[in-house]
Structures are given as C-alpha cells and as structure tokens.
Ligand binder design. Structure first.
Ligand SMILES: Cc1ncc(COP(=O)(O)O)c(C=O)c1O
Length: 471
C-alpha cells in the first residue's frame, strides 16, 4: 500500500482519543513539567543534541547528565543513579545482568515483568519462581508479605538451591503494594542483593512521609528501577535506576547499563528524566502532588459511594473497576469504554484499571458514573463470575531447561491441547500487563494447559491456540 493511502503516524499522534486514563501518566502532555513544555514549544529540534562534550550521557564519567544523575540520586536517598531512555525494561535488564552471572539462579515472583525474562535469555540466567497470594474474586496476584517470603526462603534453604539474587515487583501494575522493609531485611539476612521493579511506584519516593507504602529506596533495596513515564511525569521511555548499599558493585552496574544503552541517548528524554524527578522536590511540587493524591482519593470515594465496584489497593492513582463482579469480562468492558470515549490502561479478565496519572480530572466522577450505568444497562442480567482458578504453580518452581537453551533449541508448533509433557521454547505473556503465563524452558503439564485454555476464553488474541515447543 502506498504510504499516502494509510494514516501517517504524525497524524495519528494528534487524534483525540477521549478521556485519557492511560499511561504515560502526564495525561497527553497536560502535566508535563513546565521546562519540558517550554522546550517542546520553543524552536523545534533545538534540544535534539548528541553526547556533546559537557552534556555527556548516562554512563559518561562526567558532564551535565552525570551531575544530574548524582544530584537526583542524592535527593532520593540513593548513592548513585542512571537515567534510561529505553524504559524500565532496559534498566531492569541492565540491573539483572549486574547481579547475576551466566548460569546463576535468581529468585523472582510469578508476577515478574516479561523484560526480566528477556534478560534471563540474554544473560543465560535461571529464574527460580516463587508463587504469590492470589485474589480469586478478580484474578490478580497480590504482593507477598514477610511470612510468605519467609516460607519461600525456607524452602530454598531446605532444598539447598543456590541463588544469586532476589527480584521483587512492587507495587504491581494494579497498585497493590506490601511493606518492603521487612522483606528486604529478610533477604539481606541471607546475604543476597535485592532488585525491586518499582516501575509503577516512582512517585512513592517523592511522597515519603505521606501515608504511602515506603519507596524501595527507603526500604533499603540494593537496586531499584522506576519507570518515570508510568509513575511520574516523564515522556515515554524515561526511566531511572538507583543503587545503594554494600552488596552490589556499582562499577558493574555502570558497565551493565552501557550494555543496554544506545550510544545516542536522546537528550530530550534525559532532560525529561531529570524534570520528572525535580518537579516534585520544590514546595510547589510537593503541594501539587498532595493535591493530586487528595483529588484521586476523592474520585475513588465518590465512585464507590455511587455504587461502582472499585477495589482496594495501595496506589490512589490506580482505579480498579471490578467488572467480573457484575458478570462482565474486563477485556470487553475496555473495548466498550474506548468506543464510548473513555480510554482505560489495563484490561484483564476480571477488571479494568484506570490510571489517573498526574493531570486534573475535573468532571471525571460524573463521566464514569454515567458510563458505568450505560455499560450495566447494555449488559443486563449478568451474574458475578465464579472465582478465577488459582494459577497452577507450586510455592517454588524452576524450569526444565534454561530460558536460553529453550529459546535457541530447534522447535515446532503444537496445539495447546497436545502440549502435555512438552517444553515451551517461547514466552506467552498477555500484554498488558506483560506477566508471563508460560516461559521458554518450562515443561507443560495438563493442569497448566487447562489453565491456559481457560484464560484463552478471555484473551483469545493474546493466548494462541498453538505454541512453539522444543522439538
Ligand atoms: C511491572 C512492570 N515492570 C516493568 C515494566 C516495563 O516498563 P517500561 O514500559 O518503562 O519499559 C512494566 C511495563 O508494563 C511493568 O508493568
């Protein structure tokens, strides 16, 4: 097709999409920091510079970027920091490769983001999975608490599995969070480093002292990755990695960041990393954040009062609407909302999650009340779903062969119902949320197949009927 026949990408970007309750959290520019708005409104492209002397890049020894990273790290209580222009994805991968060597095993939760598994393939690292508490009324994992993690670590000790590091995802995409400090203390008592994927919780570290869960930095994590476009006001792809403590060698982190970094880091994105951190550190910024949180809590309170099934979580900027409680598949509800002028962030079988982000949402309460009532009236007589089946995982599990061997092995396609006993050579991971339900190297059994077939009813386009297995 001629390029002229289809919609040009630049035109696509200017389309109105309805009420945006999706990420990035700057709300289509509305809450971008003033200095980034001025840059973008000024002389077009003047800000697009390479790694000029004096400016530098995230892994340069000196320059404005290095200085800014140091200042940001210090302001958040970390010892060192790196900005990233390939999202939390790139920095999580760098961080994992900094704490684990090829063939090492790393303990990680079942709700780990798929970028971590990609890093396992790249670095020939073996994931050892621990299962998580599960809410069967909505089909979500919850974050582990101290006693949960303690039993996981006891099993590791009993089975004499040697692990090199632990990864924790906190908060989750839906805004669930647990008290990280005791978990990190427990992991440190075993002499192990902790990497926290705080992609969805950057702003927790700008609101210390509020009633929020503690940020991973203040809870003592050795490495913390934040997605600044998901949970602050950065442009898409902005992220940060923070280092502290005595267990991880920062020079290895530095080398590892360079492995995953373009040699032409976008100067606009680097400026956006800095601005999305400093914006909250002035009195005006702190007050603004307090107002944003207060308004979000008010939205949630009023919607509940009006009868909308909003679920409890620990992040006020994430509103989870429990659609399966009235018999509606969250993925269908998502399409319905989009067709009706409201664009959510995260559709799942039992829920949709709206991300309020950091912009003003005047009028949202009445819009959501009205839309919800319309959705209900077009879906009459639906009963609450039965409980979602618990994912068929034991408390601790490792793959049959390494992710890398499975990824590289000769493979063939088989239909799911014929895959019993076969080893997967691919990752199946509905996106969003990007939490893998099958990994390269895992052996399928009938229970897993039945569960995947069950999930396929909700996610037919994301979970294929045929999968690639090792020949
Ligand atoms: C828990 C979690 N970690 C990491 C990422 C990756 O973030 P980014 O899009 O900034 O690469 C995501 C993205 O959805 C996520 O949900």
């Amino acid at each position: 097709m001629d390029q002229g026949d289809s919609m040009r990408l630049s035109h696509f970007l200017t389309l109105q999409r309805g009420k945006s309750l999706f990420l990035p959290a700057h709300g289509r520019g509305k809450s971008l920091p003033n200095e980034i708005q001025s840059l973008l409104k000024g002389k077009p492209g003047v800000w697009d510079i390479p790694e000029l002397p004096g400016f530098g890049a995230p892994t340069c020894f000196d320059g404005a970027v290095r200085d800014s990273q140091n200042k940001s790290a210090e302001s958040l209580g970390a010892k060192k920091g790196w900005y990233g222009v390939n999202g939390a994805t790139g920095l999580l991968q760098a961080a994992l490769l900094a704490i684990a060597k090829p063939k090492d095993s790393v303990l990680m939760p079942r709700n780990v983001h798929k970028s971590i598994i990609h890093a396992c393939v790249l670095g020939d690292i073996n994931p050892i999975f621990f299962d998580l508490p599960f809410f069967d009324d909505r089909g979500h994992y919850f974050s582990p608490d101290y006693s949960w993690l303690k039993s996981v670590l006891e099993q590791i000790d009993r089975k004499i599995i040697k692990i090199a590091a632990v990864v924790i995802t906190n908060p989750t995409y839906q805004g669930y969070s647990s008290d990280l400090k005791p978990l990190i203390k427990l992991i440190h008592s075993k002499g192990l480093p902790v990497l926290v994927d705080e992609a969805h919780g950057s702003y927790f570290s700008f609101s210390e002292g509020n009633k929020f869960p503690k940020s991973a930095i203040s809870a003592g994590a050795d490495l913390v990755v934040q997605s600044l476009h998901k949970s602050s006001i950065g442009l898409v792809q902005t992220a940060a990695l923070w280092w502290q403590g005595r267990i991880v060698d920062p020079s290895i982190v530095d080398k590892s960041v360079a492995l995953f970094q373009t040699t032409s880091t976008s100067s606009l994105l680097l400026a956006s990393c800095e601005a999305s951190i400093t914006a909250w550190q002035t009195n005006k910024g702190r007050n603004r954040l307090r107002m944003i949180i207060k308004n979000a809590e008010n939205i949630s309170f009023k919607l509940r009062k009006a009868g909308l099934p909003i679920l409890d979580n620990q992040d006020p900027l994430k509103l989870i609407l429990h659609t399966s409680s009235v018999g509606i598949n969250g993925i269908n509800a998502d399409s319905w909302f989009i067709d009706n002028g409201v664009v959510p962030e995260l559709p799942e079988p039992g829920t949709i999650t709206f991300c309020l982000g950091f912009s003003d949402h005047r009028g949202l309460i009445s819009i959501l009340k009205k839309k919800w009532n319309q959705l209900l009236s077009s879906n009459l007589d639906k009963d609450c779903y039965p409980p979602f089946p618990k994912p068929p995982f034991s408390l601790l599990a490792c793959s049959e062969i390494s992710c890398l061997s499975a990824f590289r092995a000769p493979s063939q396609m088989v239909t799911l119902d014929k895959a019993d006993g076969r080893i997967s050579s691919e990752m199946i991971s509905p996106y969003p949320p990007g939490i893998p339900i099958l990994l390269p190297g895992e052996k399928l059994d009938q229970e897993r197949i039945d569960w995947m077939i069950y999930l396929r009813r909700f996610w037919p386009e994301q979970i294929p009927n045929e999968i690639m297995v090792v020949s």
